[in-house]
Design a protein around this ligand. Structure first.
Ligand code: GLA
Length: 729
């Protein structure tokens, strides 16, 4: 049994292979206490960790200090306004204008498998793979019933949490904050690890001490964002890749979020994760239920690497639904950096022909094929083919590309509307805007009000009718600005605070419809590079464009941060032309290929214009992709050396689940004169297996390769790189 309940002690115990999570219910008023989360422990009574025997004692024994009890008790789902001054998990506004709420235990249910969360992406598993605990609670005064869900994925050491709140009263209640998870624990010298960045510099790892008070990352931009990421980890101060305690928290959601750690007066920590309360206010009528998105929790007692691999396995097995999940993706060539807006059928076909000769399998036509879109000032919303650029229309182009022997993919930015578009001229009220204010422009565009069902239907038909008109096998779904001017003429005054969440729900609905109507479509999400790279989008698309920055050196950092929590198979990565369009850096073509191999792999350059010498390398790189992609997509990922830390070189590896094969990639970012060769201690191998190092022809046992290590192949020059392939012999 993964989940057990000890009736006499009122204790729930949730076990994964290596972790335990324990919840205790106080027997006086039914406070739902958090007892323990960490390494697996036996079924012994550890409820002393609730410290209810210490002052201030439970309120039934010491009611005069009820407030102090509220402020110290470790809670599973802390309420608001009654004396717990730490961050609450839930807050409301009732008919009287009051904000207090306190969920108290009423019962539980345990079931095999996992219920879906209506309208939201979430992890899934069969009745054999997972088990779910639902703890029910209520606040009888404000008429709210709570369901706290915990699903145990034992094989990947993950527990997921989500919450539903139902209005059981007679009057509407406004929810002003609904966190998906809260976790109280002792401080024990943890640091906070987050992923932060900006456009072209997404998801760079940052580790900092936790001080008293609240420290958080979040987004109030309407999407998960380039800037901060819906993830945080508590990392023991001395934790390394393979030692130390690590708690990872990751949010399966694509909109505003809050991920916060708070250290209180007693040096306890409270972590909360959920939809950001800023600009959130949800009207809940009697009998209505609000479903909060899912939060993923994982604990590793063996360092950051285990956290990474737990999340990779969870997402590969229990989140990505696409049929491409366990398949090779077609090697694509995208025309964005090749042509920007300046292309036509002739140019695209020339690229396709050359691409075919080099072994590339799909052409993706990026931004600029519709309306009058010759620059980024107009036409978003007008999803009709520009026949001046594509004479004969889309079908003609796609048929020609197919005849050359390539698949065809296309770019959309469905959630947007240009002020200079036919759509905006017909429906100016379809843009998100505030009364009496001209909406703020970003990339000269507005955002469609997806809280309106007719707008959602328009968007869906606009995309689907293009896909129905030709043999389109891939869509890049882009979103190139963040939300401002939070106003909807559709939602009444009392529901304006629902706009941001309704927007995200509508994006999910659109992608759900799309993947249902076109089940074999390869969908790649994107948002000005990687601003909506999150587990929510991963549920719909097996890959997400990682960053607009395709510079191989910058990508080391971006891909390392991304791969800290996402499988390599999800990271959109392309070889582009040099000098790199964003950084101006020139790196060897081979290194650009080796770095892109750690992701979905493709090209983003004008293949008809690059040098003959570089073009000649493409068939070799494509061959490497075919040779290694099964391993890279399905294997276990290990960070060996980080350029972000040592500022000189980088090394990562992917090892087959059965340890029979491994591929390590080394990049020497800066060459240094007169130094000893670097030693790499490989990781993830089986100590007892003997491996052939393909490049040198030598053999060695796994323990030798991991403990004694190997010497890094000699590399000449900045940005040089090498692959090391091991096979069991
Ligand atoms: C975004 C994407 C790019 C490209 C452009 C097109 O920036 O991240 O890859 O598609 O939009 O406008």
């Amino acid at each position: 049994m993964k989940i057990t309940y000890q009736e006499e002690k009122r204790i729930f115990k949730l076990d994964t292979a290596h972790t335990s999570y324990i919840i205790g219910i106080t027997d006086d008023e039914g406070f739902i206490g958090h007892v323990y989360y960490g390494a697996y422990i036996r079924d012994e009574d550890v409820t002393y960790l609730l410290r209810t025997g210490e002052r201030p004692l439970v309120p039934s024994v010491n009611n005069r200090e009820r407030g102090a009890f509220y402020d110290t008790f470790p809670c599973e789902y802390p309420g608001n306004g009654l004396g717990d001054y730490r961050e609450s998990a839930v807050a409301i506004l009732d008919q009287n204008g009051n904000t207090a709420v306190q969920p108290l235990y009423t019962g539980y249910r345990i079931c095999d498998g996992k219920p879906e969360i209506p309208g939201l992406p979430a992890t899934f598993g069969t009745e054999k793979e997972c088990q779910t605990l639902e703890i029910t609670a209520e606040d009888a005064v404000c008429g709210l019933a709570f369901s706290l869900y915990y699903t145990v994925f034992a094989d990947v050491d993950v527990i997921t949490r989500s919450v539903r709140i139902r209005n059981t009263g007679k009057a509407p209640v406004y929810l002003t904050k609904v966190m998906s998870a809260a976790l109280d624990m002792d401080a024990e010298d943890y640091q906070m690890l987050t992923l932060c960045g900006s456009w072209a510099r997404e998801r760079v790892a940052e580790r900092r001490p936790i001080g008293h008070g609240r420290q958080s990352v979040g987004s109030t931009r309407g999407e998960s964002s380039h800037q901060e990421h819906p993830f945080l980890a508590l990392v023991n101060k001395h934790a390394t890749e393979d030692a130390g305690s690590v708690y990872g928290f990751h949010f399966v959601y694509s909109g505003n979020f809050l991920a916060q750690v708070e250290k209180n007066q007693y040096d306890s920590l409270r972590v909360v994760m959920g939809i950001h309360p800023q600009d959130f206010k949800w009207k809940l009528n009697p009998n209505e239920t609000f479903c909060a998105p899912e939060a993923v929790l994982t604990y590793s007692g063996s360092g950051l690497g285990t956290m990474t691999r737990n999340l990779h396995d969870l997402y590969r097995k229990h989140l990505i639904r696409s049929p491409y999940r366990n398949q090779k993706r077609p090697v694509l060539i995208n025309n964005w950096e090749a042509t920007y807006f300046d292309f036509d059928t002739k140019k695209l076909l020339a690229i396709a022909r050359e691409a075919k000769r080099c072994g590339i399998e799909m052409l993706v036509m990026d931004d600029g094929w519709f309306g009058r879109r010759n620059n980024d000032d107009c036409s978003l919303g007008d999803w009709t083919v520009n026949e001046e650029k594509l004479p004969g229309g889309l079908k003609h182009l796609v048929d020609e590309v197919n005849r050359i022997g390539l698949k065809f993919g296309i770019w959309f930015e469905p959630e947007m509307i240009s002020p200079d578009s036919e759509l905006y001229r017909a429906h100016p009220d379809w843009a998100i805007a505030l009364p009496e204010r001209e909406p703020v422009r970003s990339r000269n565009q507005y955002v469609l009000d997806l809280s309106r069902p007719e707008v959602v239907d328009y968007v869906y038909e606009a995309v689907a009718s293009v896909l129905r008109s030709a043999n389109v096998e891939y869509v890049k779904w882009d979103m190139n600005r963040q939300l401002t001017d939070l106003g909807s003429v559709y939602l009444g005054a009392e529901r304006q605070g629902e706009l941001l969440h309704r927007y995200v729900l509508a994006v999910y609905e659109l992608q759900e419809r799309l993947t249902r109507e076109f089940p074999n479509l390869l969908l790649e999400n994107c948002s000005g590079g990687g601003a909506r790279f999150d587990p929510g989008m991963l549920y719909y698309s097996p890959q997400i464009w990682c960053s607009d920055d395709t510079d191989a050196v910058e990508r080391l950092r971006i891909q390392e941060g991304t791969a800290m929590i996402y499988p390599l198979s999800a990271m959109g990565a392309h070889v582009s032309d040099c000098p790199n369009h964003i950084t101006g850096r020139v790196t060897p073509f081979a290194t650009r290929g080796n770095v892109a191999l750690a992701g979905t792999f493709g090209y983003e350059l004008d293949i008809t214009k690059i040098s003959e010498e570089e073009r000649a390398q493409i068939p070799e790189q494509v061959a490497l992709y075919h040779k290694y992609h099964d391993l890279i997509r399905e294997g276990d990922y290990y960070r060996i050396a980080s350029y972000s830390v040592n500022r000189e070189y980088d090394c990562w590896g992917v090892v087959a689940k059965d340890r029979s094969e491994a591929l390590y990639t080394c990049v020497q970012v800066t060459a240094r004169p007169n130094v000893h060769s670097r030693k790499l201690r490989l990781a993830g191998l089986s100590p007892e297996k003997r491996y052939l190092v393909e490049e040198s022809g030598t053999t060695a046992y796994g323990d030798t390769l991991m403990e004694a290590g190997i010497l890094m192949p000699e590399l000449r020059g900045d940005y040089a790189s090498a692959l090391i392939h091991l096979k069991e012999v």
